[in-house]
Structure formats: C-alpha cells, structure tokens
Design a protein around this ligand. Structure first.
Ligand code: PMP
Length: 284
C-alpha cells in the first residue's frame, strides 16, 4: 500500500513518524474517514469542513487548501487502485519535542497522514439486509465529542464489550438518553417519523447525518431532532445508524430486545438507497 506522509507518497513500511509526535503521546490529533465508491470520493466537502472545524477548535490551522486535499485523495485512490473503500486522514500537532502538556511553539509542522483501506462490497454490505444488534453502555467520553479527535480508547472498549456479549456494536447513553454509537449517529423511527438527537457538543456532527436529513426532508419525510431513551428505541418501529463507512445501517436488536419484526424496516432500507443514490451523484 502507498500512503501519504507530510508531502510524500511512500510504501507504508517507509512511512515513519517520531515517537515524540503529540498524536502518539497525547492523542493530540484529529481525523476524518471518507468513503470511496466507484473510485470517487463521497462527501469530500463535508469532511473537509469538519476537519477544518476540528483543527480550529484545537488551535491548529488547516495546513492545505481544498484543491491540495482533493488531489491527495485522488492520487491515493489511483495509486492503490481503490474502487470501494475508505480514506483515513489524520492531522496531529506534530513533534512536541521533550514531552510537555504545553503545545510546541507556533510554526511547528503538523503531521499529516493519509492512507486507504480497500473495502470491496462496501455499498453492498450484507449486514444492511440482516441488520445489526447493539447493547447500551454509559457514555464516559470527554465533553467535546463534536471535535473528531483520535482519543478512541473508550469507544474501542465499548466495541469490545459489545463483541464479548456477542453483538455488533454499542450505543452510548448519558442522563438516560442515547448520545450516539461508538462510531456512528443513531436514529429511531416511530409511525413514519425519524427521530435523532440534535447537534451539540455531546455528539459528533456526522457528515452522513447532515446529508441524510437533507435528503429525507427533500423526500417529505418527517424528522424530529431530540434525544430518545433506550426504552423508546426498543419500542420503536425501526432503528438505524449512519456513518461514512456504514452509510445507513439498520439496527434490529437493542439490549436483547428485538425491534418490531426483528428485521430491517422499510424506512431504513429506503433511506439507505436514497443516501447511496444521492451521495454518489455528488461524489468528487
Ligand atoms: N459519531 C461518532 C462518535 C463517530 O466516530 C462517527 C464516525 N466518524 C460518526 C458519529 C458518524 O460521522 P460520519 O457520518 O461523519 O462518518
């Protein structure tokens, strides 16, 4: 695999970062994951806007302009022959020198890394037909979940707990309400209405979420942005989640309770189709 590191395209084994990099010792880094379908980049502008926002929130400047970022994405797709897959992008605050909580001096170069992950069958994921089972877990992450940082230990622990319990993923709860999934935004459907938590610092502002809600509104579907509980989700007609890598994924069981028929519902299926169709049209 050929990867990108600070201006160079290198074989992955030659791409090396300092052990003093703050991404490594402090989780002082932000990231994006963008999907590739038919060799094209989905939601490029959305991911770039959120990257810039995450960087600014942490006092870093976006090191490149739109054309440069897009060129790197396209070049990696070409070099690695990616038809369907993901592009991972990370920007860290760079080499902090002798380990120190204080940021390194202004002008210290950021570390920019991008790599591809080939995922043949990404759009045709068989899990979309069977649905996914989740458990709920207390949300013990920090208070700025709107910033997409690489502090992913707690979500990893939650994912492992889900696996230990024989299911696929976990939904976080706080003060009795669902915040989001380990790596996705969460939704329920009741009497045709789509319910999803409103944006705040408590959740990541999903790029897939933003587009999906726009497409759903354009299709005259009813949407309510408010928190919901696990009990409400278990009593809903349908549930699903969204992310750049899963698009729209039906959830058929929560904490051992089957939803409705226990099979993916029609609203999730329609939204998945709608999302794939519209986002492919807008791909770069
Ligand atoms: N919430 C969290 C915690 C995530 O990690 C992700 C995946 N990036 C999402 C939501 C979904 O965001 P997006 O649709 O931009 O992938």
């Amino acid at each position: 695999r050929t990867v990108y590191l600070n201006g160079d395209y290198l074989p992955e084994a030659e791409a090396k970062v300092s052990i003093f990099d703050r991404g490594f010792v402090m989780a002082d880094a932000v990231y994006e994951v963008t999907s590739v379908l038919g060799r094209q980049i989905l939601e490029f502008d959305g991911h770039l806007a959120r990257l810039t926002r995450s960087l600014e929130a942490l006092g870093m400047k976006n090191p490149m302009d739109r054309a440069e970022w897009l060129a790197i994405h396209h070049k990696l797709v070409e070099l690695n022959d990616i038809d369907e897959g993901l592009i991972y992008l990370q920007v860290s605050r760079g080499n902090g020198g002798d380990r120190d909580f204080a940021y390194p001096p202004e002008g210290t170069p950021l570390t920019v890394v991008l790599f591809t992950q080939a995922k043949p069958g990404l759009a045709d994921n068989p899990q979309a037909k069977t649905g996914i089972r989740v458990i709920s877990i207390p949300d013990l992450r920090w208070g700025r979940r709107d910033i997409k940082t690489v502090q992913l230990l707690y979500p990893s622990m939650a994912k492992m707990e889900a696996k230990h319990q024989g299911v696929d993923d976990a939904w976080f709860t706080e003060d009795g309400f669902v915040t989001e999934g380990t790596s996705n935004n969460t939704y329920i459907v009741k009497d045709g209405k789509i319910v999803t938590r409103q944006l705040s610092n408590d959740i990541l502002h999903g790029i897939t979420r933003a587009s999906l809600l726009r497409y759903a509104a354009e299709a005259q579907m009813q949407i309510e942005e408010r928190p919901f509980t696990i009990a409400e989700a278990q009593a809903a007609d349908e549930a699903f989640f969204t992310s750049a890598s899963a698009f729209v994924m039906p959830v058929v069981e929560i904490d051992g309770v089957k939803l409705g028929s226990g099979k993916p519902g029609p609203v999730a299926a329609r939204l998945r189709e709608l999302y794939l169709e519209e986002s492919r049209k807008a791909a770069q």
